[in-house]
Design a protein around this ligand. Structure first.
Ligand SMILES: *Cc1c(COP(=O)(O)O)cnc(C)c1O
Length: 370
């Protein structure tokens, strides 16, 4: 029996009758775009995150683009993003018409370095850019250092748009992902902590003004009515079927988050000879991934492959080394991101990982690095 990296089948087995029923209801209703499940989901998401509003979107990437569109960014505006992240973080800045300024990350949290953010702001100004938005990423489910980042943003008249695409369900000092910046984006890609059966995402905000803008941009820049188009927008809506699937998945989500804590704690305990991501005090990670650093990464990955244990490298190529992005980054240095890309490895991680399988994975890891 092969070990899955993320076991969506185990989850589906638990909730399949509810999923079938929810999808059948949408099919019967005849409404496949927007409608009641979408509104209901948005209410539940906002309640969960502790925000005034949640707006569902077609993906995490479109959610990020919509947030940036609502800030009316131009080529002259700098949007600060970490180098060690999924490409969509930086991509959304360029799609929305801004200029990404890439910031290095910390060697312990793997998240945006507030110290390097300060330096990057100066570098951006020296290039004639206007510092406008900070977009921290909550890597692997651990929220970035929002206290420090919000302070730096306020000092520089910038807004924070959080890329919480990996961290829905996480919290920091009692506040959940979604409530840390002016706006937050999350993703419901199937492999994320809360995933649908296709593409999906959401925006969270407390701001009436921002809600009105992203809502309009999400449906072709609509005005008072769908065929009055007062802005240049996109098609960024969530499908009704995906909303219905997410409503079912939300009913087991809290329990799954708790199960992820148990799996993560067992990895941390079992794998002694590695540098684990530091989950600082007051943080509750959504553990989208379980990742650690080792000098023997390539040897370990080969050994796991021989034992038929899947592992992944998130991320082998940081943003500043991606061909299409080099020209936006070549005036800065990213030693920590470079180091992480050479040493990081992610192990199978999901709420349904049983103890025996996990013990097997841990023992195989320790055969190389123990
Ligand atoms: C997954 C992800 C995205 C994009 O989400 P999609 O739903 O796949 O578009 C953006 N940023 C980060 C950090 C992600 O992990």
């Amino acid at each position: 029996m092969s070990i899955p990296f993320i076991d969506l089948a185990a989850q589906q087995k638990n909730i399949r009758p509810l999923i079938d029923e929810a999808i059948a209801k949408v099919l019967d209703s005849g409404q496949y775009i927007m409608g009641k499940p979408v509104t209901e989901l948005e209410e539940k998401l906002a309640e969960f995150a502790g925000t005034k509003y949640a707006l569902s979107c077609s993906s995490g990437t479109s959610a990020l683009v919509l947030c940036l569109m609502a800030q009316h960014i131009t080529k002259n505006d700098a949007v600060f993003v970490p180098s060690f992240t999924f490409i969509a973080t930086a991509e959304s800045v360029l799609l929305a018409g801004g200029t990404p300024v890439v910031v290095d990350v910390e060697p312990d949290t793997f998240n945006m370095s507030p110290a390097d953010l300060r330096l990057a702001i100066e570098d951006a100004k020296a290039k004639g850019l206007n510092p406008k938005v900070v977009m921290p990423v909550d890597l692997f489910g651990l929220m970035a250092k929002y206290d420090e980042i919000n302070k730096i943003a306020a000092e520089n008249n910038m807004v924070v748009i959080a890329d919480s695409c990996q961290s829905f369900g996480a919290s920091q000092n009692g506040k959940r992902a979604g409530s840390m910046g002016l706006m937050t984006s999350t993703s419901f890609f199937p492999a994320k902590p809360l995933g649908c059966y296709g593409d999906g995402g959401a925006i969270f905000t407390d701001s009436d003004e921002m809600l009105e803008l992203v809502r309009s941009f999400r449906i072709h820049g609509m005005g008072a009515d769908r065929y009055e188009n007062i802005r240049i927008g996109i098609n960024g809506r969530l499908d009704t079927i995906q909303a219905a699937v997410l409503l079912v998945k939300m009913s087991v989500f809290e329990e799954e988050l708790q199960k992820r804590q148990v799996v993560a704690a067992r990895y941390r305990e079992g794998i002694k000879n590695a540098t684990h991501q530091v989950i600082g005090e007051g943080n509750f990670s959504a553990f989208a991934q379980y990742s650690f650093l080792t000098d023997k990464r390539n040897e370990l990955q080969n050994h796991l492959k021989e034992a038929e244990i899947p592992s992944m490298i998130y991320y082998p190529i940081p943003i500043h080394r991606q061909a299409a992005y080099v020209s936006y980054c070549d005036y800065r240095k990213f030693p920590v991101s470079d180091m992480l890309s050479e040493k990081i490895i992610s192990l199978p991680m999901h709420p349904y990982l049983d103890e025996a399988t996990q013990d097997f994975i841990i023992s195989k890891v320790n055969e190389v690095i123990g």
